[in-house]
Ligand binder design. Sequence first.
Ligand code: NAP
Length: 316
Amino acid sequence: MSKKMKASYIEAFGSPDSIKTGELDRPEPGEGEVLVRVQSAGVNPVDSAIVRGMLKDAIPSKFPLIPGWDVAGVVEERGYAARRFSEGDKVYAYARRPVIQHGTFAEYIALPESYLARSPEKLTQEEAGGVPLTGLTAWQSLFDAGNLKKGDVILILGASGGVGTFAVQFAKWKGARVIGVASQKNHDYLKELGADDTVDYKENHVGDAVEKIVPAGVDVIFDCSRGEALKQSMNTLIKNGRLVSITNRNPDRRVDIRFEYVFVEPNARQLEQISELADNGYVKAPVSRAFRLEEAGRALQEIESLHTRGKMVITP
Ligand SMILES: NC(=O)c1ccc[n+]([C@@H]2O[C@H](COP(=O)([O-])OP(=O)(O)OC[C@H]3O[C@@H](n4cnc5c(N)ncnc54)[C@H](OP(=O)(O)O)[C@@H]3O)[C@@H](O)[C@H]2O)c1
């Protein structure tokens, strides 16, 4: 008889309150896979989109479906030929697989070891579980798509959320000047992360406020918000400036700029680089709230607000 584990899962697409918590089969690590005991699983807006069926035409799904794409945990068992890690190692991963079924809102997950990186030693495992998806999104947006360089001025829209938290810190590490956009209540938080200037999108026209701070304009806009901020700030981008969005595949935009949409990819090598940055003191991963597995539905309701600060995680 197969071993069991506790997990949060759905049996059909629906609202977050349709998530159940109960016993499912514990996965067995196959060839090249390791079984990870989950210590922390980051909560992301995409998890609620998955539960609601909004990704069903883009990525195949199977039921019962355990949501969750972020994990930090401990290697519990190793499958055939999986020898990069040892039992007991602390690891973390962005666990988006080609089929959505075995997610991280569970006590265990089996993953190909190619997904895994060693967890940052300077972060707790609870914090590390909130890093992979949003950290990789920020990394790939700033450095792969945005070609951010030392001395650039970057405007980050939605700077206090999960992705923005890492984008602000990575941009400062690179030596850029950072203008962070979020509501006023999050401005002290943005300063603590290293933002040089802050703009409140609720009380200001974002473009006018940015122009006062940097009359010569910004080199890069990183758009990780869904309101009017991008439209309002488009004209602050210099000629040939770079616009990277993770929320809009085809925004109205000027013709004299470079645009790229990013959909985050798993990348263990980049996670190793993020671990190194965290261990050298460049990256914090603030957790605003930790939920139990039984509270997964509530966690998804909160993340849907798009106004949570830093990261929320589930700790089984
Ligand atoms: N394409 C991809 O690969 C990818 C990857 C990750 C995330 N995403 C998407 O990117 C977005 C951000 O993700 P996240 O995890 O960072 O979300 P989050 O943690 O919910 O953060 C949302 C951020 O947006 C700000 N915000 C909310 N309403 C705003 C408005 N009207 N104007 C300007 N800023 C506003 C919030 O600030 P206040 O709380 O101060 O309002 C907060 O800083 C989500 O839509 C998510 O689905 C896409």
